[in-house]
Design a protein. Structure first.
Length: 232
């Protein structure tokens, strides 16, 4: 039987398995914690910090998706400080990138009363749409650098290592090694990266073409032509 530890979440005693994260402990107690970079299929890296909580005795807010619960911890999941931090993160994100297709994040912004215009002079992340393969398109102006796609392409799932990240600070970006086109990489077009992307930065080609106004028939003709060229 798994060993347990006891901690306090929002004033309630919680007993959780050793190794549980604060987020797992909080959810077990019915507390809701917002997440952006966390995904159950990928390793947590604590990148976005929307999941932060207060832990008594610790100066900094702690990312609940990453920090393990410990015996006797006292955790607050939704005090003023936590709410302010989450709201500010959402405001910074919305002022630097295109969240128009990130429905869950938009809902979070409403819930936390985030002001999209709080940082009007912020430098926005701009990028040209990359349309270089038959399966999906990449629009990195919508990328919030959660790394989910990189990890699912690597040893969290596919072991293909076609996607990576590059640069530092604001210049950090997701892409392929040496910025190669997707067909020039090890990508096997599995589509798992598209499935875990929270913002629409990665999108199935068919969905993209439908949004561009093409009919399903035109898309079929396009795909048939492509197959013929490939086989012929
Ligand atoms: S492309 Fe999507 S999944 Fe990949 S890092 Fe950007 S937002 Fe995350
Ligand atoms: S969800 Fe925990 S740091 Fe992003």
């Amino acid at each position: 039987m798994a060993e347990h530890i006891t901690l306090t979440i929002d004033g309630e005693r919680a007993s959780v398995e050793i190794g549980s994260t604060l987020m797992e402990a909080a959810r077990q107690m019915g507390a809701s914690i917002p997440t952006i970079c966390y995904h159950e299929a990928t390793t947590s890296n604590g990148l976005c910090r929307t999941c932060v909580v207060e832990v008594e005795g610790q100066r900094l807010l702690q990312p609940a998706c990453l920090v393990k619960a410990a015996e006797g911890m006292k955790v607050r999941t939704g005090g003023d400080r936590v709410v302010r931090a989450r709201r500010t993160i959402l405001e910074m994100l919305s002022s630097t990138m295109d969240l128009s297709e990130a429905g869950e994040i938009q809902e979070m912004m409403d819930e936390y009363g985030a002001d999209q215009g709080r940082f009007p002079g912020a430098h926005r992340r701009e990028a040209e749409l990359k349309d270089d393969n038959p399966m999906y398109v990449r629009d990195y102006s919508k990328c919030l650098l959660c790394w989910r796609c990189v990890q699912v392409c690597a040893d969290d799932a596919q072991y293909t290592f076609a996607l990576s990240f590059d640069g530092r600070g604001f210049e950090t970006q997701i892409g392929t090694f040496f910025d190669r086109t997707i067909p020039e990489t090890t990508c096997v077009l599995c589509g798992q990266c598209v499935g875990v992307c929270p913002t629409g930065a990665l999108k199935h080609k068919r969905e993209h073409l439908l949004e561009q106004g093409m009919s399903t028939q035109q898309i079929s003709v396009l795909n048939t032509g492509r197959k013929r060229r490939r086989n012929g």
